[in-house]
Structure formats: C-alpha cells, structure tokens
Design a protein. Sequence first.
Length: 374
Amino acid sequence: MAESSADIVIVGGGIAGMTTAYYLAKSGVPSLVVERDAIGSHASGFAYGGLSPLSGFGIPGPQAEIAMDGMRLHRELSKSLLEETGIDVDFRMRSSLALAFTEADVRKLRAALPWQQQQPGYAVRWLDGAEARRVEPRIADEALGATLIEGGGAVEPYRLVLALTRAAERLGVRVRHGRAIGLRRDGGRVTGVVLERKVLSCATAVLALGPWSAEASDWIGVPIDVRPLKGQILRLQAPGPPVVCSVGWGHNYATTKTDGLLWAGTTEEEAGFDEESTLAARDEIGAALLRMLPAMADAQIAQQTACLRPVAADGLLVLGCVPGLDQVYVATGGARKGILYGPAMGQAIADLVLGRDTRVALDAFAPGRFAGAR
Ligand SMILES: Cc1cc2nc3c(=O)[nH]c(=O)nc-3n(C[C@H](O)[C@H](O)[C@H](O)COP(=O)(O)OP(=O)(O)OC[C@H]3O[C@@H](n4cnc5c(N)ncnc54)[C@H](O)[C@@H]3O)c2cc1C
C-alpha cells in the first residue's frame, strides 16, 4: 500500500472537520483533510443556517455554553473569512419568532423565557398574537402568541464551509479525496489513517465523519453511538415581500434567505442513510408552512433538499479525546445545531490537539461515554 504523510489527518470535510483544520492552521499547524465525497456536500452544505443559541436540545443545560461560544465565533468568522478569502458567508443578525398555536405551546415557550431573558447580548420577550402579526403581518390569525428573540443570526452554510476551506488551504492545509476505512495503530498511538488504497501516516487523527461516525467505532475500539436523522427543506419562490425574521413552530421554520427564496423546513426522519427527497416530506413541510404563514399557499417549489444530521444516542455533542489512544479525537453529534456549534467544535479540538485549555467545558461530550451503555 502506498504511503504519504502529514502530522495531522482530519477525516471529514463538513463543518466539524473544516473548522478544526482552519483553527489549527491559524495557530500555524497545517493538516491534511480527507473527504470521501466533496467538501460541504452533506448536511454542512445544505442546512438552513439558523444560529439560535437560546433554544434546542441541552439548552439551557450542557450545550448552552458551546452554543454561545459558537455564536461568538460566527460573528468573528464572518469578518475574518471575508478578509482572508473574499467570500461573504452571508452572516446576518436575524430575529426569530417561535409561534404558539395551542395553550400547551404557550406554556412551553413561556417556561423558557426567564432563562432566555437572563442571557447577555439577547433581547427576548413574549408577544401576544396581534403583536406577533405586527412583526410579520402574514403570521396566521390562529397563532396565540410568540417568543421574539433578537440577537440570533443566520449564515449560508455552504459558503461558510467553502470559505473555511479556502482560508485553510491558504495557510497550508491540504484537502484530498479519499475514504478512510481504518486507523493504523502502534499500541495506544495512532500512526496512520488507512484509506482504500493508501495509508496516510500521521501522529494525530481527528475523526469528523458526521452521521457516519459510528463507522469509526471499530477503528478506535470505543463505540461512537451516533445515528443519522434525516431532514428536508423546501426552497420556494414566494409571493410578497421577504419574511424578514425566522418564523418557527416546533421543529418547523421559514425565512427568506439571501438567495431571495423562502426556505421552509424541516422533517425529522429515521430513514437510515437515505438522502433522497420525498413527496411525503414536501407535503409535511408545506402543511406546516401554511399553518404558520397561510399567505404562502401560492409559493412555488424551486428546490427540495435532504440531508442527514449526526445525532448521538443521548442527543449531546461527541467532542474530545478518545480514551486509551494518544492524539485521536472525535468531533461530531451537532444534530440540529451543528452549524451553530461548528466553529466552537473546531476551536475546541484545535485547542486539545495543541495542548491548550479549551474555552468551553467538554466533560458532557466525552467520546468514551457510550462504552458502558452497550
Ligand atoms: C435539514 C437540516 C437543516 C439544518 N439546519 C441547521 C440550522 O439551521 N442550524 C444549525 O446550526 N444546524 C443545522 N443543521 C445541522 C447541521 O447541518 C449538522 O449538524 C452539521 O452540518 C453536521 O456537520 P458535520 O461536519 O458533523 O457532518 P457532515 O456535514 O455530514 O460532514 C461529514 C463529512 O464526513 C465525510 N465522511 C464520512 N465518512 C467518511 C470517511 N470514511 N472517509 C472520508 N470522509 C468521510 C462525509 O462525506 C461528510 O462530508 C441542519 C441539518 C439538516 C439535515
């Protein structure tokens, strides 16, 4: 088998892999990224790109700190990547309205308010139905109220991954096509990443395989309990002016993106590794959109996309060192917020590789935590 070498090999060219490569390179440490398909060709290139650190699984809770750090880094990246590459990642501050249609929705949203209102840098308030319709007049009359959050944002995920890649390459990072099928080890030390027809010898490996991360369990001798959760999005030519905030209801949302299209999502489907879009999802997303914004009945579908979120068995990130192995790291489990978390995940792994303290606590995300669960 042919050999080539790099000090650090990163497997996976999604947001988790490319942010790691970028932050390592910014510290003067170039790496080699191995991607089986194309950079950003899965969820990291097709996500909605909403950045909402005040809600979601584990928030408040173990993911709140990394969500805030992700938001901070997105603000920084939107400026630094433009300077470094000329690519505008279309970061913008964007308010969000989380709608309530039932009394149970109202109770759930209002219960989250006290914590949300304590977070510095955000303005959060409850609006009744009429007030919500003053923010976006097309919101359905049936909406009883909404939480308005100011201080969140949005980004174009594909442009972001592209810009990270270009900036990293300028700092010496190499990206190559290939499928990793294992690690070569000498006791507890990694000595290479095994591709189908080549071994990339290295002293450090970062495994950022997204929803395919469980494949690496056998390579490292530690179970990585991550599964794919499919999600689909409709991009629509919509009537009337842009929807200027992100309008959400449960796991549904809609907003006008910088391409001028109304993006509406999403589904949560246990469909294995199937990435095909379906008519059933089109109907489900369409129905939710009309519940939120009935005026969109005449919107025309321009594109429908489907991709897979990496979701750990306990819903939390999988981020840190692999127990029992030197210099092997896992970065995955971003689930519905992997774009938000991505920069903070990459920064944390870069810090670990370089022997520095991480800015955020990673204890809850330990890759070894699934070992006892089987
Ligand atoms: C419909 C939808 C909407 C979303 N919206 C949002 C949102 O609004 N905000 C937000 O924050 N998040 C959102 N997400 C979540 C986010 O997209 C994901 O959590 C994130 O992109 C995961 O990034 P990743 O790098 O871990 O995985 P991926 O993007 O899947 O990247 C992993 C890469 O590894 C490669 N790979 C796998 N195995 C190998 C191998 N053996 N060898 C080489 N390469 C390999 C793959 O080809 C892939 O390119 C959304 C997700 C979906 C599905």
